[in-house]
Design a binder for this molecule. Structure first.
Ligand code: AKG
Length: 269
């Protein structure tokens, strides 16, 4: 049985820019995805990034597009409750799958996920873009991704940066981009959202909601998280000058096009 977001959860998503949906996915999905992640780490895809410097403890491992290589990830995109969860949160008839992003922090990893929001990394305009951040291991609030409550309503777009420590700017340019503030230094000026989570729980967040995460503070527990990105009726391809991330190419879209194509499949509607 699909547990669709309640009216209250939809309202929280829209007002706060992030909501934790408890028990949204069965443990069968989690088990299958864990196995896919471990296979992927042993034989990563072409866009893999290792964000921990050699010799430092742990490993911050990033990869993309597992849905194209692993049947469990593909099934999740086409057959799990995710599509309907995304449609309901966005208030969209159609759902197009954009991409996925694997973020593993092995025990003891020190590297933070720097503060950022996702849409400036994407060649997409529109309001209806939701991410589902699905941890495959239990995470406590201190290790969970933290969200700046309501920041998707600020109407501000910040310069995207690479995640590597001391990350440099991506070359992508847009007149809207501002330098990224240090939200840790501004803690008293914002409200932050984060949760203790069990496998099966998921955080849904808007593509303009600012977020960041600590390293993996646990010395024994892995932090495998798989984030999937879903777009709704109003999303349009928007060519950007410079480097976007992930660097997905070959889709054949022109500015203003709706996204649905072989690379960004329509999964609902
Ligand atoms: O898992 C993390 O540390 C960060 C996740 C994230 O930045 C994202 O899903 O956009």
């Amino acid at each position: 049985m699909t547990h669709l977001p309640t009216d209250n959860e939809v309202a929280r998503y829209r007002a706060d820019g992030a909501v934790c949906l408890r028990g949204a996915f069965s443990l069968d999905w989690i088990d299958r995805l864990r196995a896919a992640v471990d296979v992927d780490m042993a034989d990563p895809g072409p866009m893999v990034r290792l964000n921990t410097p050699a010799g430092s403890p742990g490993l911050f491992f990033v990869d993309f597009q597992l849905w194209q290589r692993h049947p469990a990830a593909r099934d999740f995109v086409f057959h799990s409750p995710a599509r309907e969860i995304a449609a309901r949160l966005m208030g969209s008839r159609e759902v197009v799958y954009y991409h996925d992003h694997l973020l593993v922090k092995e025990p003891g990893t020190r590297e933070r996920t720097p503060w950022h929001h996702d849409q400036p990394y994407y060649p997409i305009d529109g309001e209806q873009i939701v991410s589902l951040w699905l941890p495959l291991d239990p995470v406590d609030r201190a290790t969970c991704v933290e969200y700046v409550k309501g920041s998707h309503h600020w109407g501000r777009w910040f310069q995207p940066k690479f995640f590597r420590q001391g990350g440099v700017d991506l070359t992508v340019q847009d007149a809207r981009f501002e330098p990224l503030p240090d939200f840790d230094a501004e803690r008293d000026r914002h409200e932050f959202l984060a949760w203790d989570m069990e496998p099966g729980d998921v955080i849904a967040f808007h593509a303009l909601t600012l977020h960041g995460a600590s390293g993996n503070l646990s010395t024994s527990r892995r932090r495998r998280a798989w984030a999937t990105r879903w777009c709704g009726d109003d999303a349009r391809y928007a060519a950007r000058v410079g480097q976007i991330s992930p660097p997905i190419e070959g889709h054949g879209l022109a500015p203003g096009d709706r996204l649905a194509c072989a690379m960004f499949p329509k999964v609902l509607g």
